[in-house]
Structures are given as C-alpha cells and as structure tokens.
Ligand binder design. Structure first.
Ligand code: FES
Length: 195
C-alpha cells in the first residue's frame, strides 16, 4: 500500500463515516466502534483475496464477496484498499457494488427490514409503509440506524403478491401490512432485541 493511498483512505473513511454510513441517526459510540473495526484491517485479508482471485474470471465480484463476508458490507476504506491492491479503478468497484443488490454499502442492522415495492404491493400502499418506516426510524432507504438496530430497504416483488402489501423483517414476511402495524412490527423487534 502506498503512502498516498493510505492517507486518502484514512481521510475518505472519516468523511464517509460522518456523512453516509450512519445516516442521520449516527452516534459517536457506533462510529468509534466501526472505526476500531476498520483500523484493524491490515490489508492482509484484502491482499489475500486479490491474490486468490486476480487471474480468475469474475474476480472483482469474488473479491467483493470475500470482503462482504468479512464485514457484512463493503466499507469505503476497504473499497479504496481493494482498488489499490487489485489495480481496479474505484469507480469500477462502485459500479459493481451498486449493480448487484447483494452488495451493501451500509453495515447491516440487527433487523433488516425489506418493504416490497413490487407492483401489487405498491398499489396496495407500500409507499405509505415505506414513508412510515422512514419517519419512525429517521433513516432513508439503504440506511441503518445509528444504534445498528434497523436497516431499511425497498425491494422488488418478494413472490407473495396475494399477501400484498408485505414487509419482511430478517426474511420473515408480514402480510397485508397497514400503516398502523408498523409501530407494532418495530416494537416486537425491540422487544426481541432486549430479550
Ligand atoms: S409485489 Fe410485493 S410480493 Fe409481489
């Protein structure tokens, strides 16, 4: 890793953590915890992933799979290191990350909430459910609450249109959800987290 790349990544990581990673609800405790985790990256894991996949087809995707397997998402600092080690432009890395829904730019929450925005759910009120979740959690789509409890996503048809509108929490589907049900869904998650 060159000195230039290290300096840039340190700066970018700080900016990223303060402006994007934790949305409007970030707190310093979470940042320092995340920062500690990120600063333990010695580049060795990334070097190994690059060494393992560099000459194989689809290598960038496989490298990103390994990174996400380690951190649960692709932290910006890691993307910068990967760009340097693999000699791939950072823009190309983000192109791949944003193309595939599988890759995450945000740390996952304890409860990952997916609001189906497919046609059937959309017509039966999914946008209102999404708005209610955004309001109650003070985050936008694709973000995680500052305490790491909830992550919110809008997703394509979940394949159970007869139950529309649906909201899935960690893959568990809530059927025919109404705006008033959202508070109960969130309360149950909090209760589960505290039990
Ligand atoms: S559109 Fe929501 S489950 Fe199909």
């Amino acid at each position: 890793m060159t000195g230039m790349a290290s300096n840039n990544s340190k700066h970018d990581s700080t900016v990223f953590m303060r402006t994007q990673a934790f949305g409007s609800g970030f707190n310093d405790k979470r940042i320092s915890k995340e920062h500690m985790k990120l600063t333990t990256i010695d580049g060795q894991q990334i070097k190994q992933a690059v060494g393992k996949w560099k000459d194989k087809p689809g290598n960038l995707i496989m490298m990103l799979h390994e990174v996400q397997g380690c951190y649960g998402y692709v932290p910006r600092e890691v993307a910068l290191k990967l760009s340097h080690e693999a000699d791939v432009p950072l823009a190309r890395i983000y192109e791949v990350i944003t193309f595939y829904n599988y890759f995450k730019l945000q740390p996952p929450g304890k409860f990952n909430i997916a609001v189906c925005m497919g046609t059937a759910c959309y017509l039966k009120g999914a946008p209102e459910l999404m708005q209610e979740l955004k309001n109650r959690l003070s985050i936008d789509e694709g973000q995680t609450t500052g305490d790491g409890m909830f992550h919110l996503d809008g997703v394509r048809c979940l394949g159970c249109c007869g139950l529309a509108p649906v909201v899935a929490v960690n893959g568990r589907v809530h059927a025919k959800v109404k705006k008033g049900d959202i508070i109960d869904i969130l309360s149950k998650c909090k209760k589960e987290a505290n039990s």
